[in-house]
Design a protein around this ligand. Sequence first.
Ligand code: SAM
Ligand code: SF4
Length: 432
Amino acid sequence: MKTDTSYIREILSKSLEMQVLNLTEVSALLDLRDKELWDEILDTARRVKEKVYGRRIVLFAPLYLSNECVNDCGYCGFRTGNRDARRKTLSVNEAVEEASLLAKRGYKRLLLVTSEHAKMAGIDYLEKVIDAIYKNTDIRILHANTAPMSVEDFRRLRGSGIGVYQCFQETYHIPTYRSMHPSGPKSDYASRLEVMDKAIEAGFEDVGMGVLLGLYDWRWEVAALISHCRRLISKYGFGPHTLSVPRLQPAQGANLPDTCRRVSDEDLKKIVAIYRLALPYAGVVVSTREPAELRDELLSIGASQISAGSRTSPRGYIKEGDTEQFEIGDSRSLEEVIGKIADLGLVPSLCTACYREKRSGERFRHLAEKGAIKNFCQENALLSLREYMEDCASDEVKGRLKKLLDGEIAKSANGLAEKIKLIEAGKRDIHI
Ligand code: SAM
Ligand code: SF4
């Protein structure tokens, strides 16, 4: 394999031109050990991210609906073999209560997360929860990370107003997959592999993918995931809307073999950069599994979305006590994370405009590849931030955000100041 400097730079230029990398190019990045060249790669990942999305970082929170599960995934606190787990499925009212509380804190976008249980957390239940959250709270977009379902049920999930359907393959390595998923519907590797096709067939244009980092050799997994994404692109004309980087965390009641391969912080940075470079237009999502300092660093390496202030147990925002899925690495509140992002010279965003303006799937990809998405993102992020300042921020954070906003208004030629005045006068959900 060619891994000389000039070849690596050719690959970086290709990413900067918003082209999807092929597997030979991805393998060259995965194989590279040269520290100095890696610094150049990480910096290029940042530049690619800014070319697509500008400086905005999207914020959201997960909302766990149920931890009652029929599967026995060795890494997860919700697994059926965890006899000590305190099980809970939120009632529709409890889900609305949790969502309202998050909306009051300033979130506009939530990711609904469920274990796998056709009766407790199947499509009939999900439809009711989604409808009630949209009708009774200020949450503007819901995404979902649920167990795979039939095309017909995916159609209902899409119809109920879910923006992105997310599901992780966990591992592409078949022997590892088998040992980690000994029983339940999830033990069927081939069926898990088909989930994105089913979701897309049912009308989801935005899907989120990932592998659970730490189960098997990360280089192998990253190559396999990108190969899966390339297959979707050639079949449907678009690939994943987001790629997540969940890294294995301790979980109460987990049952993990010694063969697990912990991914180091340095390697996690490389993974974020490779995802960004391989699929320049995809969002790269970092959860609160990771510690605060590392998350801040990942924002300048290509990550474009982060969760904040998360809890991983059902009812976790209102009351702790039920079993969490895994331990949280970053316990900062939404407000603390917003303040930090602004201090880093980036723009925190609570925007949900693309879903409402139908900038999704292939349309989103074309706009992103032309470098046009960032014009929407930057302005909408600032408008969402102004709303946050009016409705939720403390005086201290308000002051820091005002500085950022004033600087951006001075640079803007787009009538941003006029739109901000509308928000100050009480109008909401102003976006382009
Ligand atoms: N139950 C569904 C499933 O398994 O696809 C969807 C939601 S599951 C609660 C969300 C994801 O959490 C899983 O796909 C897995 O990658 C991740 N996860 C589970 N246990 C974890 C752990 N101990 N550390 C980090 N991530 C974990
Ligand atoms: Fe259930 Fe998902 Fe946890 Fe597996 S990862 S035990 S399917 S909740």
